[in-house]
Design a protein around this ligand. Sequence first.
Ligand code: XUL
Length: 520
Amino acid sequence: MFEVPTMSYALGLDSSTQSCSALIIDVANGTVVAEASVNFGAQLPQYHAPSGFIPDGKDGEVHSDPLMWLDALEMLLKDLGEQCDLSKVSAISGAGQQHGSVYLNDQWFYEIDTLSADRTLSQQLARTLSRKTSPIWMDGSTSEECQEIAAAVGGDDVVCAKSGSIAIERFTGPQIRRFYKNDAAAYEQTARIHLVSSFLCSVLIGGDAPIDTGDGAGMNLVNIDAWDWDADLLEASAPDLLKKLPKVAQGDTTAGTLNDYFTKKYGFAADVPVTIFTGDNPSSLVGMGASQPGKLVVSLGTSDTFFAAMPQVVADPAGCGHVFGNPSGGSMSLQCFVNGSLAREAVKDKFNYDWDQFSQAFANTPSGNNGNQMVPFFRPEISPRVEIEAPILKGSDSFAAWQDADAAIRACVEGQFLNMKLRTDWMQLQPEVVYLTGGASKNDAIAQVIADIFQAKVQRLAVSGSVGLGAAMRAAAHTLGKSISELEATFCQPEANSTIAPQSDAAVYAKAAESFDALI
Ligand code: XUL
């Protein structure tokens, strides 16, 4: 008789801005056996962070309390343990919100190695923090430090060629520099700086975990040719930085085995291997089933995000996009577009349309929109970097005066994705399929425009929680001997009847792209 192996569970964690979530997959029969989430604001009100970060930071600072992430992790594990038998988990990995950093003193190395199940993680690790709070990715306080780092190494082009991105406010190197400048004594007391991902991985293994190339590349400190710390960038950021950082390692590295703390407290088996953690976006690349070149992911949200596995390492010559390590090997690109759903909503609202009328507008207008175009930026954009507050138009004098609702709606959406196509050309991708995710991804009319502009089929996946799923898949691939493609075939299936194929002639949007570029 065929026996289903009992040790076939893989756990994937996702420590994000507003919550800590996890799921457990059973790779023997292809199911998700448990899912849980702890919302920081609602379930840990004692940290006074209703949206996961401490409100009203000064000068653009946005920080969170790392002890909150530890308390959430414990609540999450308790919840998972009530849903399934955690002793069946034989592979673990995870992901963290990118760029955020945790500052630890030299007691860290001792405390992390001697955790006692009688006390909580936050009780034991509070004294190891050399900086009480952690700057996270929303922090925009470091413009001066970005300029200083760029000037020290020879300009933004050099930072970009070395690290895959120009110096960016939310990236960790500029954040570390600001800490060093504002509180040199506390910087001096800092023996280790971790990312959110490597911090949590360290806690799980009860040791000091490496930083992976996916999350590490979001620091402006890792050289993307060597996939290791870049001496010039370290020196430009803060003194003696190398010895305060863990090692950089590839995504298929075992960080260690699960610490006894979790065996005793939550019923895990002894010595479960923990695969190195990564950033949330690299993890989502895996969880969306797009870890091999040829597929790209477009996530439609407040900001729209575009990411894809890259066949080769190239940096964006315009300095708007980012290169990160791909947890499945090689590299990935990521590019953010600030004018996402808020721009779509602004056009809908101007004409008092509901979302059905918004979708109907595409049936009433042809591809290419009879030459009517819009650069749909209602607020300053970062891809490309422009400081405008109102859309630029072709075919109408001003947005306020635009009368034809249907043409304006098509112009907005075509403008968004023509811009996305043009701005991401540097990645040299030949997509066969675009995986669409996020709030507006259900909208077939938007999906059709994307299929036509990228000349690739668009699919929506049945998965939710692609960050945690990606982590569980990575753990299963690394520890349970499953291939990523096998796991993708099981866990990353398109929603039934969700595929949209290109309909319009490639020439229509090739011509539209030219005139859009001229307009911009
Ligand atoms: C990516 C970025 C965010 C964070 C939080 O560069 O800043 O997507 O990873 O999700």
